[in-house]
Design a protein. Structure first.
Length: 229
């Protein structure tokens, strides 16, 4: 089974942190380096869209009831990647606007994000449903061959609560962003940014850990070892 959820996780985590940072600067009236941010959103967006679409279409996670991972990981990644690419294109095309006065650029960017908020809210609803699904069906338990996470595999509710909580925090940020934009309640944007910062940091660290634990799992399977750390 060839998977790449490690790269998806750290890229999505970085994308969430980056967009939360960008949003905080935007609503704070700080100057935006549109070319730098366009590059960041472009790199993260391309990776997430490509890998998310591939996961969504080909279902590389398979067997032993693990097929749900294709839905839980691939589809949100594809949607988020497309949104990041939108941000990249917008910021690149409006370089002159962001290089001039801060306030007109800020107002224009927030206005441009209003229609996007519909899809952000839709993704938030999907992530909320996935959060409930993780807990309801106790999904996500690591196999015993996987170091660190596998030590808690006999407690499936533990990892289900972790993943459900993580997806739930990200969903909360998306729903707050949608309400803030569509109901004209800009004060909620800061709370959306905070939720995405927390979710992004946890997701990034979790994905980075999985580079170690997943390689350790394959090593244990291939060599018949039982490294737990």
């Amino acid at each position: 089974m060839v998977v790449y959820n490690e790269l998806v996780a750290i890229t999505a985590g970085a994308g969430l942190i980056g967009f939360a940072w960008f949003l905080t600067r935007l609503i704070g009236g700080l100057r935006i380096d549109s070319e730098g941010w366009a590059g960041f959103f472009g790199v993260t967006g391309v990776l997430l869209l490509a890998l998310g679409l591939h996961t969504t279409i080909t279902w590389p996670f398979g067997g032993d009831g693990f097929e749900y991972a294709n839905i839980a990981f691939g589809q949100p990644a594809a949607g988020f990647g497309a949104l990041l690419l939108f941000a990249a294109v917008y910021l690149w095309r409006h370089r002159a606007l962001f290089a001039a006065d801060v306030d007109p650029a800020r107002r224009a960017a927030l206005d441009a994000l209003k229609p996007v908020a519909v899809f952000v809210g839709a993704l938030g609803l999907g992530m909320a449903a996935l959060a409930i699904t993780f807990v309801r069906f106790q999904l996500g338990a690591a196999p015993p061959q996987e170091p660190i996470s596998g030590r808690f595999g006999h407690l499936p509710l533990l990892e289900a609560l972790f993943l459900g909580g993580l997806w739930g925090v990200i969903a909360l940020g998306a729903l707050l962003f949608a309400v803030a934009q569509l109901a004209d309640r800009p004060s909620l944007l800061r709370w959306a940014a905070r939720a995405w910062t927390v979710g992004g940091v946890v997701l990034l660290l979790f994905g980075a850990m999985n580079f170690y634990t997943h390689i350790g799992m394959y090593y244990n399977i291939a060599h018949g070892t039982s490294h737990l750390w």
